[in-house]
Design a binder for this molecule. Sequence first.
Ligand code: ZN
Length: 244
Amino acid sequence: MTYLIISDIHANLEALEAVLAAAGPYDQALVLGDLVGYGADPNGVISRVRALPSATFIRGNHDKAAINLASIEHFNHLARFAIQWTADQLTPDSRDWLAALPVGPLAIDDLVEICHGAPFDEDAYIFDDLDVRRAMAAATRPLCLFGHTHVPAAFRLVGEPHHVGPPRTDRFTLHLEPASRYLVNCGAVGQPRDGDSRAAFALLDTSVRTLTIRRVPYDLPAAQNKIIAAGLPEVLAHRLALGR
Ligand code: ZN
């Protein structure tokens, strides 16, 4: 079984198209939430992922906020502006579809589970050692995939959790050892925040137990121009080029 793992698309259709083109064949897509928010193509991204032949979804905090399922009290002013803009743009069909997205964590098979923030709380961020320990304790599968931070990171638990990657590279492959447990963020498709502007995604091949995180360039100027033309804050366009 080959899974395509995509998270935090954030209404960036150009980044999503580049990822789908680079991914090659796979059996099932796992989409870890935050389809909308920040970018200029919320309905376009929703239509594109809904048309994928086989995909499993969970919701992210921006998906909830865009349809008033969650408060935007904790959003900064940029995220808040973008969410209000997104809410105005969503078609009734897109809204209904977002409202029906499952809540993570979600077990996919005996090896994998997915969540947006953390397996103990869909809105929590996994950044430090304490977060990692808590998440590892809550995970119900050997490989727990998460998003939300927009920063690729892989941790392996052998006694203590160890950070095992990824380095700054086009392609990082993790070989999943049978007796180990892993917590992995495969990065963000539509708004990377690790200083690399390229879209991030991953492919998991369960037959050989490899998880490969990849980066691909996309039509960044097109995505930026749409953000500016939409009247969204220009900083949302600039940050894409910085990967911040
Ligand atoms: Zn996000």
